[in-house]
Ligand binder design. Structure first.
Ligand code: ZN
Length: 163
């Protein structure tokens, strides 16, 4: 089950986040992150009252300000790291060798990236990374997947900037 979250700026101090698949589920906050976190917990509460399905809920949202597309996905299962990531070395790296791009996954290194679900940033582990830029168009990207040290959910953040 995939939930998409739309975030709108109402005014300088207020952001409104809505879950498109669940009517009436909306929350506001003084930052887009706060509004998003509130609406996710409302959505999860609503979902927990529905009949159970085998599919884990996945939350997805996208911000398009500051010239960068910034997307965030939250899931109870790893999305980019392989299911056996815990058994791997900390970082299993593939790269072009010239510093243009690098991708890795593994049992992880400590990270200060906040959990997209509960906001926790303590004891989080990054288990996937993918960054690079393409030549000659100058597009660049930076993707990270972290496992939350608190709620144990997985957050995949992707940043993309056109060159
Ligand atoms: Zn968390």
């Amino acid at each position: 089950m995939l939930f998409t979250i739309t975030i709108k700026q109402e005014n300088e101090k207020n952001w409104l986040a809505q879950v498109n698949e669940l009517s009436g589920i909306a929350a506001d906050g003084d930052t887009p992150e706060k509004a998003t976190m509130k609406v996710q917990s409302l959505a999860l509460e609503a979902v927990s009252k529905q009949p159970a399905t085998d599919e884990p809920p996945v939350f997805y949202w996208r911000k398009d300000w500051g010239g960068k597309a910034h997307t965030v996905k939250v899931s109870p299962e790893p999305m980019q790291a392989p299911p056996n990531y815990r058994e791997l070395e900390k970082r299993v790296v593939t790269s072009d060798g010239d510093g243009l791009w690098e991708t890795w996954h593994g049992s992880g290194t400590s990270s200060s990236i906040a959990c997209g679900f509960c906001g926790n940033s303590e004891n989080n582990k990054q288990i996937y990374g993918n960054w690079g830029c393409s030549y000659p168009n100058g597009n660049s990207w930076d993707d990270s997947e972290i496992e939350c040290g608190k709620c144990k959910k997985f957050t995949l953040t992707c940043e993309f900037q056109e060159g």
